[in-house]
Ligand binder design. Structure first.
Ligand code: 9MG
Length: 292
């Protein structure tokens, strides 16, 4: 069975009802929302508008997000790497402002040890690492803390990950990788209760691989950790429907329902309100009281 909570220090975050993680990308180039939170377009320099970021977060929280995931590095296919300083400059002011304005669990989407340490010091409760703590120094940056960690599978690096992707058995290969990363964390003294796993839809996978993973998501339950998924607006949905990135809401909700029915605990999404509706329908199907 999948675990239904995660530990953050002495606190437990209950996941017996699936939770929504709203995406707050503070990047100029993320694939569906890059640059939206920029101060002034056309100035040539990307600066996050704190006010726009906070208002966007506020809307997601009002719609029911239990986590806000702040990311300063675009991980879309083909994205270039960002410098450590640039990532810090994008993420930290937003993280600090979120902490002072809202009572919300903030997650930081980063693989960079210095950003991990700074995010933890600034109050992040979860580190969402698409590289599963594989960068040198990432485990050390986290092991002294008590935050939760999402270990995601990615093959290669964003810049090149969609080139010539091959797996003999995508489900088992992704699962074995996650198993290895869990063991590495545990050997470094990171308690299992702090970990979440994510198969990494779209990260070094063809649409067929992504749909095989989605079809067999329940196989990840044997890892006995909460499962986080992110399919929001991704190209796998475009491949299945022929729709552009801004027309993929219905497809994303359909994929989310498939994931919920196989035990997904956290849904990372741009579209919080619609995802909460999907969770409420799923809960009603399971027999939860209908109160509206
Ligand atoms: C940062 N990021 C982009 N897509 C993601 C996904 O599918 N999962 C996680 N954990 N992070 C993601």
């Amino acid at each position: 069975m999948t675990k239904t909570s995660i530990a953050v220090g002495a606190r437990r975050i209950d996941l017996s009802t699936p939770a929504v993680m709203g995406i707050l990308n503070v990047t100029p180039d993320s694939f569906s929302d890059g640059g939206q939170l920029q101060t002034e377009k056309g100035s040539g320099v990307f600066r996050v508008s704190l006010d726009k970021a906070l208002r966007h977060a506020e809307q997601m929280i009002a719609a029911g997000a239990q986590f806000i995931d702040v990311g300063g590095e675009s991980t879309r296919p083909g994205a270039p790497e960002v410098s450590e300083q640039e990532e810090l400059d994008r993420v930290l002011p937003v993280l600090e402002a979120l902490q002072s304005e809202f009572d919300i669990a903030v997650s930081v989407d980063t693989s960079t040890p210095r950003v991990i340490s700074a995010a933890i010091a600034a109050g992040a409760v979860l580190i969402n690492d698409v590289r599963a703590l594989s960068r040198p120094g990432a485990i050390a940056a986290i092991s002294e803390s008590d935050v939760a960690i999402c270990l995601m599978h990615m093959r290669g690096q964003p810049k090149t990950m969609q080139r010539d992707v091959q797996y003999a058995d995508v489900v088992n290969e992704v699962k074995s990788y996650l198993q290895e990363r869990i063991a590495i964390c545990e050997n470094a003294g990171i308690a299992r209760e702090r970990l979440l796993v994510d198969p990494g839809f779209g990260f070094g996978k063809t649409p067929e691989h992504n749909f095989q993973l989605l079809a067999q998501l329940q196989a990840f339950q044997s890892l006995q950790l909460p499962i986080l998924i992110g399919v929001s607006r991704k190209s796998m949905l475009g491949a299945a429907t022929g729709r552009d990135v801004d027309q993929r809401l219905a497809a994303g909700i359909a994929a989310t329902m498939v994931a919920l029915m196989q035990g997904a605990s956290i849904i990372r999404t741009h579209d919080v309100a619609a995802t909460i509706d999907a969770i409420n329908v799923y809960r009603a199907v399971l027999g939860a009281p209908i109160t509206r």
